[in-house]
Design a binder for this molecule. Structure first.
Ligand code: SAH
Length: 356
C-alpha cells in the first residue's frame, strides 16, 4: 500500500464507528459530550439488533442521530450475489465493500447449527499453490466492521441464527492480527451477537510468532493449522510460508498454544492426488503429531482451473484416514458442502473479478 492509502485507511478507520469496541465507543461518546450509557445503546443497535440505519435507533435524540450520521456514517456490505446449493442449502455470498472491493462468505447449515465462513482480507499474499484466493494477490486487510458485517448481513438475509463462525475464507487472519483480535472480542461480546469463543475457529497457514501471540491472549477459540504436508520439502512445494517456518517451529508453537489455552488443535490436511496422499505420508504425519492433543481434518482438494492438482481417489482417502485411526489419531474427512456452486475458497470472487 502507498503511504497515502495507509493514511486514507486510517482516516476511514477513525470514523468507522462499527469497528469501535464498546469501551472505545464509550470514550468517544464522552469526548463528544454524550453520556456513556448512550454508547451501549448505540453499540447494541449496531451489533445486537443489527440496525440498518441511525433512523432505527429510536431511543436516541434526533440531534445525536444526525451528528453521528454526518460524521460517523454507518457502513454496510452490499450484497451482489447469492448462490444457493440445491444439494445441501449451502449459500455463497458475494459482497461489495465501500471502496468497491469484492469479498465472499459462505453459510453452511449443519444439524448442530449454522456456520458462517468469513474472509479476513481482500485477496491473500500467502501464495498457497492450490488456493484460488491468492491467485490475484493481496489488496488490503478487512476492518473489524467488515468482518462482522459478513455475519450480520448473512443472518439478516437468510433469517437464520448463526451459531458458529470460521475464519477460513479468503485471506490469512494472522496477517491481519489486530483487526482479527478485535473482531473476536466484538463477536463474542455480550452486547453483540455473543457467539461463544468456543464456536469460533481461526485457520492459519502457520505464522509462528502470531500463533504464540494468540496463545497469550487468553481466548477460548479453536485454532486450525493448515498443514497439508508432513515434511518440510513437500510443504514448501505447496505452501511458500514453509520456507519461512519449519514444521518443527510450527509444531512447537502449536504445543505452546495448547499449553496456554488447553484448546485442542485442528490440523487441516488437503489431500492432493499423487502429492501428499500416500501411506508413507500418513505414517510421517502420525509421527509429526505424536503426543499432541489434536484433531485432523482431511480435505479432498478442490481442484481449481488455474492449477493441475487433482483430488485423491476415494479409496486412497479412506486408506489415509484408516492409517491415522490405527494410531488413535482423531480424524475426519471434511464433508464437501455446496459442490454444485462455486464452493472452493475464493472461486466465486475469482470468477466475478475475471468477468469484470
Ligand atoms: N489462510 C488461512 C485461512 C484460509 S484458507 C489458512 O491458510 O488456513 C482455509 C483452508 O482451505 C486452508 O486449510 C487452505 O489451505 C484450504 N484450501 C484452500 N484452497 C483449497 C482447495 N482448493 N482445496 C482444498 N483446500 C483448500
Amino acid at each position: 500500500m502507498t503511504t497515502r492509502a495507509i493514511e486514507e485507511n486510517k482516516i476511514e478507520t477513525e470514523t468507522d464507528i462499527k469497528s469501535m469496541s464498546l469501551s472505545e465507543l464509550e470514550s468517544f461518546f464522552k469526548k463528544i459530550g454524550e453520556k456513556p450509557f448512550r454508547a451501549r445503546q448505540v453499540y447494541e443497535w449496531m451489533h445486537k439488533k443489527l440496525a440498518a440505519s441511525y433512523d432505527e435507533m429510536t431511543n436516541l435524540s434526533k440531534s445525536l442521530r444526525e451528528t453521528l450520521e454526518k460524521d460517523y456514517p454507518l457502513t454496510f456490505l452490499e450484497m451482489i450475489e447469492v448462490q444457493t446449493s440445491k444439494l445441501d442449502g449451502t449459500q455463497k455470498y458475494l459482497f461489495r465493500l465501500e471502496d468497491g472491493n469484492v469479498i465472499e462468505s459462505v453459510l453452511m447449515k449443519y444439524r448442530h447449527g449454522n456456520s458462517v465462513c468469513i474472509s479476513s482480507q481482500v485477496g491473500c499474499r500467502m501464495g498457497c499453490r492450490f488456493c484460488a484466493s491468492t491467485l490475484d494477490g493481496w489488496t488490503r486487510n478487512l476492518r473489524p466492521s467488515e468482518m462482522l458485517d459478513q455475519i450480520y448481513q448473512i443472518q439478516k438475509y437468510s433469517r437464520e441464527r448463526v451459531s458458529n463462525v470460521v475464519v477460513m475464507g479468503t485471506g490469512e487472519p494472522m496477517d491481519n492480527y489486530d483487526n482479527l483480535l478485535k473482531f473476536i472480542h466484538m463477536l463474542s461480546d455480550e452486547s453483540g451477537l455473543m457467539i461463544s469463543q468456543r464456536n469460533i475457529t481461526v485457520s492459519t497457514c502457520g505464522i509462528v510468532p502470531k500463533i504464540k501471540m494468540l496463545a497469550d491472549e487468553n481466548l477460548q477459540i479453536t485454532l486450525a493449522i493448515s498443514l497439508h504436508a508432513s515434511n518440510d520439502e513437500k510443504r514448501k512445494s505447496l505452501m511458500p510460508i514453509a520456507f519461512k517456518y519449519s514444521l518443527q517451529e510450527l509444531l512447537g508453537s502449536c504445543k505452546y498454544y495448547f499449553e496456554k489455552t488447553g484448546r485442542r488443535l485442528t490440523f487441516e490436511y488437503s489431500l492432493v492426488g499423487g502429492v501428499n496422499d500416500t501411506q508413507e505420508d500418513a505414517e510421517e504425519l502420525k509421527n509429526l503429531l505424536a503426543g499432541l492433543n489434536c484433531h485432523v481434518n482431511l480435505i479432498p482438494v478442490n481442484p481449481i482451473k488455474e492449477r493441475d492438482f487433482v483430488q485423491s481417489d476415494k479409496k486412497v482417502i479412506e486408506k489415509f484416514k484408516n492409517k491415522l485411526e490405527k494410531y488413535r489419531i482423531n480424524v475426519t474427512i471434511r464433508r464437501e458442502m455446496g459442490r454444485d456452486i462455486d464452493g472452493a475458497c475464493g472461486q466465486l470472487r475469482k470468477k466475478y473479478l475475471d468477468k469484470e
